[in-house]
Design a protein around this ligand. Structure first.
Ligand code: GTP
Length: 494
């Protein structure tokens, strides 16, 4: 994975520092120098690295460190924040609205993966119910139109282009106009790839932009781009108003630091990343989880943030009590997963089991979700009885998490995800006040003790609507009567 080496080097530097008995200025400097070297070796721009070092020094107060605070955590947090800052311009990009026509123009260097990414972007939105269309305004590269046509046909997305017209501005204008008339809500314009020295091509890009008045210009960038990245990206930004970035080929082994610099140069957020050549190898990008993974922290900060959200003693005493009483343990979650897998992928039923709502089993993605549940179960297979029977997440310290990841052969971030899921479920269950929580092999207790009031609290609103509100739910539960397990609950539904 791109940037993995950089992440590894930074983590090592932090580890070495935290092994020191006393963290004084010398130790901190050594650590920061090591991080600086790693960033430079990964092709991050010098000025950015220097700024980052200065900023970290500003926020890390050595007196605090001497007072026995968790040094590693403080410095790690500062490094984490700086890396996030590098990738996060602090303002979101334009977000198109379904049903309302938006023109999205793609620009980027030759071979950056622009044409592929245009189709991935269209396909991603099409799956979510949008009506996308593709316009090929790349008249520079022979074969560009054929490539777009082929991709678009495969994904059943309407496209527009020409074999004879050589003016990209004309094609772009015509295409946009046509798809607006056809009520497409996402009109994607692919332009020719260019290099910053190609003045004429930059001028052409400006003209396409002026003619089509895009709502958003996306700069597509190959993650393997090296030191030249910053200047290249800046050249694009200066010519047209780039509003978002997509980084491609994140599945490769390139150093990737250049991509970090280029993102900073455009001052625009990364919105997606490309992770392969196939149409669906495309992911929404989030800065914090990305940097966490980069530093080998898992999504630790998000996880801790959420724990604090969920378990602050003063704000949610009831939840804390539930969690610490052991009412919903990881073992119970494991058993619930077993039940789900036994039942097979039958969408709607999952919403009938408290907490196992559409979030875990999104409709249409049951197979994928099943695989995820299985992975969670492998991880739980690597847990000790103490861990499975405890509902105190504080028990799950770094070394336990690492051990579970190693034992199950899964990345740390997935263990964090699984614990995150547990936390979500524990939260839902805590709302089931007064309900007898099923013990091992006692799933039937759930359906005997549950009442419509409890159920309505945990069912997603759309399911409640489908059931006909509270009245419908009460009827359904009456019908279910003494049915002993969730499978029977399902029979009442389908
Ligand atoms: N591994 C991998 N390959 C990718 C990814 N995105 C694109 N590619 C490949 O990169 C190559 C170039 O992609 P194109 O889409 O043709 O690039 P382009 O930027 O449109 O090229 P120009 O029109 O010359 O500017 C193709 O072989 C793609 O399959 C990705 O996320 N991962």
């Amino acid at each position: 994975m791109v940037l993995a080496q950089l992440g590894g080097s930074i983590s090592k530097a932090l580890q070495r520092m935290s092994n020191a008995t006393i963290i004084d200025e010398k130790v901190l400097n050594e650590c920061l120098n090591e991080i600086t070297r790693a960033l430079l070796q990964a092709d991050v721009q010098f000025r950015m690295v220097a700024d980052m070092q200065k900023n970290i020094k500003k926020v890390v107060n050595l007196d605090d460190l001497a007072a026995g605070h968790n040094k590693r955590r403080i410095i790690q947090q500062a490094v984490f924040n700086e890396l996030c800052k590098m990738l996060d311009p602090g303002k979101p990009s334009f977000t198109p609205k379904k049903g309302k026509p938006s023109v999205i123009m793609f620009v980027g260097l030759q071979g950056s993966g622009k044409t592929t990414t245009c189709t991935k972007y269209a396909y991603y939105h099409q799956k979510k119910g949008w009506k996308p269309a593709l316009v090929c305004a790349d008249t520079f590269r022979a074969g560009a139109f054929d490539q777009l046509k082929q991709n678009a046909t495969k994904a059943k997305i309407p496209f527009y282009g020409s074999y004879t017209e050589s003016d990209p501005v004309k094609i772009a204008e015509e295409g946009v106009e046509r798809f607006k008339k056809e009520s497409c809500d996402l009109i994607i314009v692919d332009t020719s790839g260019r290099h910053k020295q190609e003045v004429a091509l930059f001028e052409e890009m400006r003209q396409v932009s002026e003619a089509t008045k895009p709502d958003l210009i996306i700069f597509v960038m190959d993650s393997s781009i090296g030191q030249a990245a910053f200047d290249q990206a800046q050249a694009f930004k200066q010519s047209v108003s780039v509003g978002a970035v997509i980084v491609t080929k994140m599945d490769g082994h390139a150093k990737g630091g250049g991509a970090l610099s280029a993102v900073a140069a455009t001052k625009s957020p990364v919105i997606f990343i490309g992770t392969g050549e196939h149409m669906d190898e495309f992911e929404v990008f989030d800065v914090k989880p990305f940097v966490s993974r980069l530093l080998g922290m898992g999504d630790w900060s998000g996880f801790m943030d959420k724990i604090h959200e969920v378990v602050p003693t003063d704000q949610q005493p009831e939840l804390l009590q539930k969690l610490t009483e052991g009412s919903f343990t990881l073992r119970i979650m494991y058993e619930q997963f077993q039940n789900i897998l036994k039942m097979g992928p039958i969408g709607q039923v999952f919403s009938m089991i408290p907490g196992f709502s559409s979030e875990l089993m999104p409709k249409g993605r049951e197979q994928e979700s099943q695989a995820k549940i299985k992975r969670y179960m492998y991880m739980m297979d690597s847990m000790t009885n103490e861990e499975l029977d405890s509902s105190n997440l504080k028990l799950m310290n770094d070394s336990r998490i690492m051990r579970i990841a190693r034992g199950s052969g899964r990345p740390i971030v997935e263990v964090m995800e699984m614990l995150e899921e547990y936390k979500r479920l524990a939260k839902v269950w805590s709302k089931m006040k007064g309900l007898k929580i099923p013990k091992k092999g006692e799933m039937s207790a759930l359906s005997r003790n549950i009442n419509a009031q409890h159920m309505s609290k945990v069912l997603p609103p759309q399911i409640m609507k489908q059931l006909g509100g509270m009245g419908g739910l009460q009827n359904l539960m009456k019908q279910m009567g003494n049915m002993g397990n969730p499978k029977d609950m399902m029979n009442g539904l389908v």
